[in-house]
Design a protein around this ligand. Structure first.
Ligand SMILES: Nc1ncnc2c1ncn2[C@@H]1O[C@H](COP(=O)(O)OP(=O)(O)O)[C@@H](O)[C@H]1O
Ligand SMILES: [Mg+2]
Length: 391
């Protein structure tokens, strides 16, 4: 701001002052030429804003105009104009050696013009040395100011860049989360829809499923709450819980949909007292995702088998379907967010499930044969009885 005032207000005023002084003192070599050069100098100060790329060549031209102006005005006072122009030209120059060179060149022009109208005396020779030293000091001071200002600007730019980067990252996360939420809400909605359809045959009596329905509504409320409280991380509710109870809940939730699609859910092979340190709601979400995928993969009436057992300190849950299977080329991609082969799929179910299992210190693996079916195996660390009692 201050530099702009100096370049675009002080500088032109100073040129006018020199023109006026030179003419009134009768020093000028040619009045018309002095006025023309003065005007040219002022115009040049304004016009280079539009040619930033040609600034170097333009600066040389500006110095030559100033030199001619100085020569015609025959006044020492032009010194200030050299200093102002120098400060402007030095601004984009980063290298000190180049800055000193530019400073020396401008002083050479000044001295050249000055000596044309001064007597060659000892005093004037010393004055030349003094001018040179002054210009050197000016170069260093300007370099220092410019450097500080440049660093400040770079810092501001960096902060702005970073904050806009974080902003777009945050938007991306919110977008992904929104899609994920929509997907997660759709699962309980289908369950509710299934029960409502089922209740038709019971004279719209929903009493037998009331608990389940209200649980589902509760889960949706929780999910939407989680979404709204996006900025605050959700306190996940980890507890040592029975995997068998968890799977029973999953089955009661998916049963109606399976029945509508004429598929069978089989859960007969299980060890009843296997416990896992888990967020039971999230775990339900994982199994519902997997069972829904299995149901959707079976075009003919088929069967989904769920097995629960313990092996080497790990709780295993294996879900096997008799669906169309997964193409070997797709096997690597199914856990990628948004990968889907379904027309109305979101491709988020498996990526969310994988994340939940990993958060629980577990593993989620898949094996599939095209045309025969798919198996998803979940392994989670087993909690022994002693640990359960201690917690
Ligand atoms: N049991 C399965 N049988 C066959 N393909 C499956 C099975 N589970 C998942 N897939 C494949 O993995 C893809 C990704 O699944 P998912 O992440 O749940 O998203 P979506 O169900 O929305 O497509 C599905 O589109 C499907 O191609
Ligand atoms: Mg799915």
């Amino acid at each position: 701001m201050i530099s702009r005032i100096v370049y675009y207000v002080v500088f032109p005023l100073y040129v006018v002052f020199v023109v006026y002084s030179s003419i009134t003192l009768g020093k000028d070599l040619n009045e018309a030429m002095l006025i023309s050069l003065g005007l040219l100098l002022i115009v040049s100060m304004f016009s280079d804003i539009r040619f930033p790329k040609q600034v170097t060549l333009f600066s040389v031209l500006q110095f030559l105009i100033l030199f001619s102006f100085h020569y015609v005005s025959q006044l020492n006072w032009c010194y200030s104009l050299y200093i102002i122009l120098l400060s402007k030209v030095l601004y984009p120059i980063k290298k000190v050696s180049i800055a000193i060179f530019v400073g020396a060149m401008s002083m050479l022009l000044y001295t050249g013009a000055r000596l044309s109208y001064m007597d060659v005396t000892k005093y004037n020779y010393l004055a030349v040395v003094s001018d040179f030293l002054t210009s050197l000091a000016v170069v260093f001071i300007i370099q220092y100011i410019v450097k500080t200002e440049r660093e400040k600007n770079q810092l501001i730019e960096q902060i702005e860049r970073e904050s806009s980067f974080y902003q777009s990252e945050k938007l991306k996360v919110i977008g992904e989360l929104a899609a994920g939420m929509a997907h997660e809400i759709r699962n309980p909605l289908t369950t509710i829809k299934g029960f409502l359809q089922l209740s038709k045959s019971q004279n719209y009596n929903i009493k037998p499923w009331y608990e389940l329905l209200s649980d589902e509504v509760e889960r949706m409320t929780e999910l939407t709450g989680e979404f709204l409280e996006f900025s605050k991380p959700r306190i996940t509710c980890y507890q040592v819980s029975s995997m068998h109870e968890c799977l029973q809940k999953v089955i009661s939730l998916t049963e109606s949909e399976a029945r509508i699609l004429r598929h069978q859910l089989q859960y007969s092979e299980y060890s009843p007292d296997l416990h896992v340190y888990m967020d039971a709601d999230k775990m339900v979400q994982v199994f519902v995702n997997l069972i829904k995928n299995a149901l959707e993969a079976m075009t003919e009436p088929g069967k989904v088998t769920i097995r629960l057992y313990n092996s080497k300190g790990w709780v295993h849950v294996v879900l096997t379907d008799t669906g169309k299977g997964i193409r070997p080329a797709d096997l690597k991609k199914i856990f990628d967010p948004f990968f889907t082969t379904k027309q109305t799929g979101t491709g988020l179910g498996l990526s969310i499930s994988l994340k939940i299992i990993q958060d629980h210190g577990g593993k989620l693996e898949v094996s599939s044969t095209e045309g025969q079916g798919t198996s998803f195996m979940i392994r989670l660390p087993l909690r022994t009885r002693e640990v359960i009692e201690a917690t």
